[in-house]
Design a protein around this ligand. Structure first.
Ligand code: C2E
Ligand code: MG
Ligand code: MG
Ligand code: MG
Length: 286
């Protein structure tokens, strides 16, 4: 710990050293309690087929309504949860919740694939595949309705036999797999070929930086040549949508088409095409 020397105390921390602030400790404690106190919930952001503009599925995104701090973004607390060893509890909760929702939709006659973001740390748990299989069974959910999203960065960081085996086992069970945030990690193209993956999700930074649309085009071609479907996320303006449709990007996700929605609101998209002529980016969750 840093020596107290009045106003200059921060000087004693080496650069890059992780500082355990009071705030941070409180956050860890609160994450632990949040599951039991039902402070988390899931919203669902639709994905659309670029050819007919119909919803192809949704991505589950966690939300935390903290009793005193209000909404805290997952970008903030997922990292803390990972570092504090709490991410498995969260990801487990998410998988259960998603299965419950898929079952509820099924009872209303809606069959909708759901993508779930899984932290690499949770994915690496030895019983991950068995446990997800059991949960699907428990809820009577067809494995083909669950897609697992793992980021490119974590796939490439781990990239060992065990990881490859797990990916294959999940697909043998009937689930599909997506590589999330593709393009910002440093993929070995040789490794990428070996991953048994169904979808490549282009990182939003490329889609929204219009100077980088040539990279988007290259990723679409790469994905297709590897036999994957390509999804663009973070699409906010019609120009981006037009470009992606022209380049034959398979699926589109973003505020332009729909914000993440409460489960009841997802139903309005079932069986309908988005009318491109009337798009604005102020739909759903604000
Ligand atoms: P992600 O999986 O890449 O999810 C996409 C993020 O972009 C979401 O932020 C989504 O709300 C946001 N987004 C979607 N369309 C647009 C758009 O058009 N414009 C902009 N500016 N943003 C858009 P969110 O929900 O805050 O999640 C952030 C990240 O937190 C996720 O990135 C994912 O890595 C992580 N995360 C979210 N939910 C979970 C979860 O249940 N488990 C785990 N392990 N991680 C999660
Ligand atoms: Mg994702
Ligand atoms: Mg992403
Ligand atoms: Mg992300």
């Amino acid at each position: 710990a840093a020596k107290h020397s009045g106003r200059n105390m921060y000087r004693h921390y080496a650069p890059g050293m992780k500082v355990m602030t009071y705030d941070r400790l409180m956050l860890e404690r609160d994450i632990q309690q949040a599951i039991d106190r039902e402070e988390f919930h899931l919203v669902y952001q639709p994905k659309f087929s670029s050819s007919d503009m119909k919803m192809t599925g949704v991505e589950a995104l966690i939300r935390w309504n903290h009793p005193s701090r209000g909404r805290i973004s997952p970008a903030e607390f997922i990292t803390v949860a990972e570092q504090a060893g709490l991410i498995s509890a969260i990801d487990d909760w998410v998988v259960h919740k998603v299965c419950e929702q898929v079952r509820a939709w099924k009872e209303k006659g809606i069959e909708l694939p759901v993508s779930v973001n899984i932290s690499q740390l949770h994915f690496q748990q030895p019983d991950f595949v068995v446990s997800i299989g059991q949960t699907l069974n428990e809820y009577g959910v067809s494995p083909s309705l669950i897609d697992i999203e793992i980021t490119e960065t974590s796939l490439m960081q781990v990239a060992n036999e065990d990881l490859l085996a797990k990916l294959s086992q999940l697909r043998e069970l009937g689930l599909t797999l997506s590589i999330d945030d593709f393009g910002i990690g440093y993929s070995s193209l040789n490794l990428l070929r070996q991953f048994p993956v169904d979808y490549l999700k282009i990182d939003q930074s490329f889609v929204r930086d219009h100077g980088k649309l040539d990279i988007v085009r290259a990723i679409i071609q790469l994905g297709h040549s590897l036999g994957m479907r390509v999804v663009a996320e973070g699409v906010e303006v019609p120009l981006e949508l037009d470009f992606l449709r022209r380049e034959k990007c398979d699926e589109i996700q973003g505020y332009l088409l729909s914000r993440p929605l409460e489960p009841e609101a997802v139903r309005k998209h079932v069986g309908k095409s988005v009318n491109i002529a009337t798009l604005s980016k102020t739909r759903g969750e604000q």
